[in-house]
Ligand binder design. Structure first.
Ligand code: B12
Ligand code: SF4
Ligand code: SF4
Length: 314
């Protein structure tokens, strides 16, 4: 058996996890997602989620690295971000799930770690837009849960996968069959916790167009469907219900980083939803540190605070 490439152990010493596959699998990665869409198992809105220009399911080798040899995927563990809003004399701690924030910093950290791991060789690492979960699982780095989110040892689903094309030719190609978490056979925790019925018992592939994240990442002008209860909302963007319910996330579900506070005036401003000029720019700069922008305000904050004050009245 070929030994594990040294760079993987080097990254682990710095708290990052990695795997590598041959670039020859690039087409297979995209084709697998496209075939779900062709078979009408994947909604158009999800298939086209990142736009129709360079979509994640039709990856192409970058023009400036035509001789790429491998695709390396790096997993960076990330906690939940907790931020504080002040409203009518009360303090509300609201959450932003892992992977929404510090994206550029995480990509840079992963690339820098790779560069260091290969020294004195100077390989190149170019950011790759492709199906990141599928790559993580096909490379053996992660496993799928029935949530359709992917899980690594120790950090569960609390990690961001980042893929790079590289001119490094790996002696090992970790490409393999997809694996599900061993407990998914008997467990229904995520399905029970899902507030919108996106996780179904008769199929592994979720109905992603029902997922709350799909609904609350849309522009604030778009209302939530009437069937979505106030109690469904649990984070400023996205949703953490299925992740918090999963036994594979038991060691990380209370892993938080506290970041920023919004005064009564700032909270009121965000809830009014009339954004323009310097004030809007200033608050948007602040929101960026949470991985947010003004597009999902006031809707998401309004509905979340409504649910939170409801809870306090009980
Ligand atoms: C489109 C998209 C969404 C859509 C659709 C989600 C979905 N499930 O497809 C929406 C907006 C709903 C969404 C939501 C979220 N997303 Co999102 N999303 C993406 C994006 C752009 C593409 C995902 C994709 O490929 N979808 C297409 C489907 C078909 O792919 P798939 O889910 O991998 O499908 C596989 C499984 O179903 C599996 N499968 C099917 N049957 C079976 C049977 C068995 C036995 C097995 C083993 C497997 C298996 O095979 C399928 C592929 O062939 C990626 C970024 C990227 N470029 O990859 C981020 C990404 C996947 N999202 C991410 C995250 C974190 C989320 C949220 C958790 C955010 C949140 N906290 O709210 C939620 C989770 C929702 C959920 N339960 O999936 C992370 C995942 C990190 C991780 N640890 O896995 C990514 C990688 C972004 C990132 N870089 O951080 N997302
Ligand atoms: S993120 Fe929320 S809405 Fe989406 S599948 Fe998980 S629990 Fe359901
Ligand atoms: S909650 Fe249970 S069924 Fe859902 S992903 Fe986790 S182990 Fe699998």
């Amino acid at each position: 058996m070929t030994a594990k490439p040294e760079f993987i152990g080097h990254l682990e010493k710095h708290g990052l996890y990695a795997s590598v596959v041959s670039v020859n699998h690039l087409d297979e990665l995209g084709a697998e997602i496209r075939s779900l869409h062709d078979r009408r198992l994947l909604d158009d809105a999800i298939f086209n989620y990142t736009g129709t220009k360079n979509p994640y399911h039709t990856p192409r080798l970058p023009k400036n690295m035509p001789g790429a040899k491998s695709i390396i995927v790096v997993a960076t563990p990330q906690p939940i971000l907790r931020t504080t809003f002040h409203r009518a004399g009360k303090e509300y701690k609201l959450e932003v799930p892992p992977t929404y924030w510090d994206t550029l910093r995480i990509i840079k950290r992963a690339r820098d770690a790779l560069k260091r791991a290969f020294l004195p060789c100077k390989y190149r690492f170019l950011y790759a837009r492709l199906p990141q979960k599928l790559l993580s699982v096909r490379s053996g780095l992660a496993m799928y849960g029935r949530t359709n989110i992917t899980y690594i040892p120790k950090f569960g689903s609390f990690y961001r996968p980042t893929a790079f094309y590289s001119d490094y030719e790996s002696p090992v190609d970790y490409w393999q069959e997809k694996k599900a978490l061993p407990s998914c056979d008997k467990c229904k925790a995520c399905q029970k916790a899902c507030p919108t019925g996106a996780i179904q018992s008769d199929r592994f592939l979720i109905k992603a167009h029902l997922c709350l994240t799909y609904l609350n990442e849309k522009n604030s002008k778009i209302h939530f469907p009437s069937g979505v209860k106030d109690s469904a909302h649990n984070t400023l963007i996205g949703c953490l219900r299925c992740q918090k319910a999963c036994p594979y996330d038991k060691d990380v579900r209370l892993w938080y980083e506290d970041r920023l506070e919004f005064s009564e005036q700032e909270t009121d401003y965000l809830l009014k939803g009339k954004f323009s000029g310097a004030k809007a720019k200033k608050i948007e700069t602040k929101l960026k540190r949470l991985g947010l922008d003004l597009s999902s305000f006031p809707r998401n904050l309004k509905v979340l605070l409504r649910g939170e004050s409801g809870k306090k009245r009980k």
